[in-house]
Design a protein around this ligand. Sequence first.
Ligand code: BES
Ligand code: ZN
Length: 849
Amino acid sequence: MKDAQAQTIYLRDYTPFGWTVESVHLTFVLAPEATRVRSRLRFVPDPKAPAQEFFLQGEDLTPISFAIDGTPVTPEITPEGLRAKVPDGPFTFEAEVEIAPLHNTALEGLYMSRGMYCTQCEAEGFRKITFYPDRPDVMSVFTVRIEGGEPVKLSNGNPVGAGEGWAEWHDPWPKPAYLFALVAGDLVAQSDSFTTRSGREVALNLWVREGDLHKCAFGMEALKSSMDWDERVYGREYDLDVFNIVAVDDFNMGAMENKGLNIFNSSAVLASPETATDANFERIEGIIAHEYFHNWTGNRITCRDWFQLCLKEGLTVFRDAQFTSDMRSAEVKRIVDVIDLRARQFAEDQGPLAHPVRPESFQEINNFYTATVYEKGAEVIGMLKLLVGDDAYSRALDLYFARHDGQACTIEDWLRVFEEVTARDLSQFKLWYAQAGTPRLAVAEDWQDGTYTLTLRQTTPPTPGQPDKAPLVIPVALGLLSPDGHEVLPTTVLELTEAEQSFVFPGLAARPVPSLLRGFSAPVVLERESSREERVFLLAHDTDTFTRWEANRDLARACLLAMVTDGADPDAAWLDGLETVLRDASLDPAYRALMLGVPTQSDLAQALHDRGVTPDPEAIWAATERLRDARATRWAELLPQLADEARVEAPYRPDAAQSGRRSLGSAVLALTTRLDGGSAAEAQYDRADNMTLQLSALACLVQAGRGAEALARFRAQWQGDRLVMDKWFGLQIAASDPAETVAVTEALTRDPDFDWTNPNRFRAVFGALAGHHAGFHRADGAGYDLLADWLIRLDDKNPQTTARMCAAYQSWRRYDPDRQAKMRAALDRIAAKPGLSRDVTEMVTRLIA
Ligand code: BES
Ligand code: ZN
């Protein structure tokens, strides 16, 4: 595995596997350093596939024995797998291999996490368990026997037998190997049940370590809500007698949708009011839904190959967002998602890592579980739904499930059901899957004799490997407002298909104000030089909650950019307009909290770069601080009033209503701290009975430079809770002064509790460093170097997590030559590490290309 020859896989090279696998029987005899895996696979030649040699993937496996139809054979073994001569007709292939889960620090395949066995097979981890055609279009029925002394032994499907030291599972649904899972350990369950609408009784279990049982209630409720929602909204029922979820402490990602046995990072499922924040609860609800929804969009209908990843991920993200919108506030969810899309996906699309929603080549597929595949992939589905309408969307989905159940599919299959249901030609729309980059939309207006004309012009900038772009189908949701703030054109979806196109609105009494891209109807950058007056008008009057929020964001950004480039004062007209919104008690507190947000410093850096100005991280930091101070002073009277409105008297509940209030409260507390130096925060810290309030107070105290005592108390209180200690690590870095960020990070890496092999802890620390714009981009390059040192160290143990974190350097080209040189040097140093993994090699190569 370490001899990372760069082998590139291309979508256009797809060829089906030469055999179908009728059945899979696996036996695991568990031992930390010498687990035996016996497999019995029934192969039948596939007449539709081209003739090929028999090759099974397999990596890091110690071969013990092989047989074909009962006769011992000696296949040729390579670092990637095995080759064998096989009979012309059907045959049974048996293998026994040995693996060492205890030494598997990459957390792919079968590994151990604090004494418990667990697996992660997506995307290509099954080949580290045994020899197999490890590709998603090979689906089979698995029977699994587990032998070992662990009290709980789980696999996919339904339990079919158990005795002293063994358990057997059978999964009746054919599945690709990436959905295989096994768990064994000393676990306890929070149990419940769910009756599907056709009457199937499903046993639900959430398996955890003994001490975590009190953190299971919320996850279980989220699971039941998800099951109910998918029945009501998509008509999808669960299809096994049991649904198991297991929490593990060492996990590269958030969670995994293995058939009937979802495996979750503890951070993505365990929560109690004392230990988890409102944001944690909301994320848990969304991830549980997401993994559950994969049972249909991913498992029953899977991907033909990994280029089709967005087929399951984009769709499932879209579905989990619909679920969250229904469970909480749709308006708030949309804004939060757009903030996230811009921060992560737009940044990716504008840098060297840009790739299409359906990539055309890769070296390591793990590097393509990206914001583009996931979040832009979900946006593409949202656009499709908007273009065809809700009714056609749901008929297309019904057809998709009916036609493709049990199959491994492509984006072509997905689009075809929409074409058939709507009789619409989607060939131009399909470009959204093939063309990388964020389209820019320029807007020109004309007003004459009661007729308003809107001219839209689209361009998509070049991205790696794609210099020229064709026009896309862009749904632009538009409303028109009269000068007195009435809606004269309710939301209408314009379909932009040409490079440039005009839309005419006759018969208007006065020149209207356009409210463009309502609900963020397409993932594009709107380039519109609208006046400050118009934005202030929309902030006051827009009837669409998204564009109203957007007007505020545009004002905030323009204000900050002027502060950075011209040393301007904060924009009083904007702040007055915003104050009116903040005072409007009829508005949801969560929405007002979002209005209090300002663009991230990284977003400002990109905006400056787009305008031909080299961003200076220190100046951006200073301007942001100056704006915050000015707002605190300006709103000194208003803040206590808002704090009152934000107060929650009832016992803690992580629902939308309460968490919205608390998010307003913490935004207000951050401003208040600038006035009182932390007294209010100290009071809140002392009386906090939930983690949301405790943590927001602690952040304020650290920011105000009086966090030392509270940090020590916090640590003493939460020393035994890993997930809370992750927060303790991350917060100190996130809330640090940029001059101190690197030193704080460095000091924390010497802390005895800094277990850098645990992905959550590593991310808590280095994710916070990379996320601190001014701290990370310190002029002397110390931030770049520190991160590189640790990425080099982690790569030997865990390439997947290391590779993901390399994205911290993705915007290196937008800074000054000095910083560019320092980031480039850090990347070169990583690239030069002997034995660098394939994962990181690919990332660094793309970053410096
Ligand atoms: N299938 C993925 C998990 C995965 C990702 C496995 C990459 C292997 C490699 C899972 O469904 C997923 O998408 N999880 C997300 C959370 C989700 C809410 C977007 C995750 O783990 O971050
Ligand atoms: Zn997923």
